[in-house]
Design a protein around this ligand. Structure first.
Ligand code: PLP
Length: 451
């Protein structure tokens, strides 16, 4: 653990309140100070090297030392370090990045709105959808459908979409109208004797029953991550997304794909919706959009969504929404260069090829006595530990086995994320076959050490 006599560590304890951190435990343990990065590796302040098996927060596609992103940021700082995009102001990096995003994304998505974070983007989606339905003269069509274990952010509204208890407990979130549906995780929530197809049919029936019970005229949108990330790397059962898309169409409900983690190659396809054969009305992007070298998020919308917003803003005078940093020139310049690198180096193809090797290597861990399920696709995966393999009984949460195993991974020089008793992996898209073999070997040694 961190040497607390280190003055940086002491200063951190004295002055910082960390996100997603037990503040009292932090006072005892101190921070893990990361001081340097190169490729898929980072080093802590004691000089220990780690493979960053989570790409930071599921986000650093090009690795931790890409000189072209540094150059793009510096050049933009020289040219125009800041300008805004309110009241018809525009600048080249924002225009070019919007153009690039539209070029890369499904054909139906034609317009881009920029924010600084995924949470702000999802807040913006809620407001856009409400604004749109007011514009269309159906003010009662305002509710959102989301899923348990979904992660859509932590601002007041986006936290309401998030389906994780920890993001709700003790925050007094106001009554944003969101209904959370069953997590589409067959291994965990499939009933005894139920086939995967039957599980899909049950979940789709639940969605349709909910729509009918609440009234289709009250449901505005369905939001989901194609593969759920922070909720535990959960792949939908066969046919789920096609079914959801069909229900949204049938009941005139907007389909929002939250691709903040999936987007830009994580699953071995450019976007997650591509992997599952559906086209959303709204797509939310962040993280790998700029490899998180700069904070940046984008919302892509269809013509129909754009036109409703445009008509309404013409009628009432303005679309009264936006952030000081919406389309920040340095973030957009870095984002554009990052997307060029992803294309030029075929990092989406690399995620598919090296991802297949990572999944095959990880599959071996399914035989480990602690492991209940190994799941994943492309370069995202989770290894979930259970007390009883056959019955899939979870360990007592008080044991904090996931956190312990993640600590053993750290000892092995591998940073992973514990989500309950699942260990998540999401390495940078530049990772090689040899490196994913090394990642799995380190994880296996950590599991061996865990009990
Ligand atoms: N949506 C998804 C799918 C995410 O995974 C996240 C963050 O992990 C967010 C939204 C929120 O993004 P941010 O942390 O940038 O607010």
């Amino acid at each position: 653990m961190t040497d607390l006599s280190n003055s940086l560590a002491a200063a951190d304890i004295a002055h910082s309140l960390h996100p997603y951190t037990n503040a009292r435990a932090h006072e005892d343990q101190g921070p893990m100070i990361i001081s340097r990065g190169e490729g898929i590796y980072v080093w802590d302040s004691n000089g220990k090297q780690y493979i960053e098996g989570m790409a930071g927060l599921w986000s650093v596609a090009v690795g931790f030392s890409e000189p072209r992103l540094k150059a793009a940021a510096l050049a933009q700082m020289d040219e125009l370090p800041y300008y805004h995009t309110f009241t018809s102001k525009a600048h080249a990096p924002q225009i070019r990045l919007a153009e690039k995003l539209v070029e890369m994304s499904p054909e139906a998505l034609t317009k881009v709105f920029f924010t600084n974070s995924g949470s702000e983007a999802n807040d913006t989606v809620i407001k856009m959808v409400w604004y749109l339905n007011n514009a269309l003269g159906r003010p009662q069509k305002k509710k959102f459908l989301a899923r348990n274990k979904a992660y859509h952010g932590v601002t007041v509204a986006s936290a309401s979409l998030t389906g994780l208890p920890g993001n709700h407990t003790d925050f007094d979130l106001p009554a944003i109208p969101v209904t959370h549906l069953t997590t589409p995780h067959y291994w965990r929530f499939g009933a005894q004797g139920e086939s995967e197809a039957q599980f899909t049919a049950r979940l789709l029936k639940e969605i349709e029953d909910t729509i009918l019970a609440e009234g289709p005229e009250t449901i505005a949108a369905f939001i989901g991550e194609p593969v759920m990330g922070a909720g535990g790397v959960i792949l939908p059962p066969e046919g789920y997304w096609e079914g959801v898309a069909a229900l949204c169409k049938k009941y005139d409900i907007l389909l929002v794909a939250d691709e903040v983690i999936n987007g830009f190659g994580r699953l071995g396809t450019t976007f997650g919706c591509e992997s599952f054969g559906f086209v959303p009305d709204i797509m939310v992007l962040s993280k790998q959009i700029s490899s998180s070298y700069m904070p940046l998020a984008a919302i892509l919308v269809s013509d129909a969504v754009y036109n409703a917003i445009a008509d309404n803003s013409a009628k009432i005078g303005t679309f009264g929404h936006g952030y000081t940093g919406s389309g920040h020139p340095v973030a957009c310049a870095v984002g554009l260069e990052n997307l060029k690198i992803i294309e030029e180096r075929d990092l989406v193809g690399n995620a598919a090829r090296v991802g297949a090797v990572m999944q095959a290597e990880l599959a071996r861990l399914a035989d480990h006595p602690l492991v209940g399920e190994v799941r994943g696709t492309g370069l995202i995966a989770a290894v979930e530990m259970v007390a009883d393999k056959a019955a899939r009984t979870p360990f007592d949460a008080k044991l904090k086995l996931g956190a312990k195993a993640a600590e053993f991974c750290n000892e092995q020089g591998l940073i992973v994320r514990a989500i309950g008793d699942a260990l998540a992996l999401c390495p940078p898209l530049i990772v090689t076959e040899d490196e994913v073999r090394e990642i799995v070997a380190r994880m296996e040694r950590a599991l061996d050490a865990t009990q």
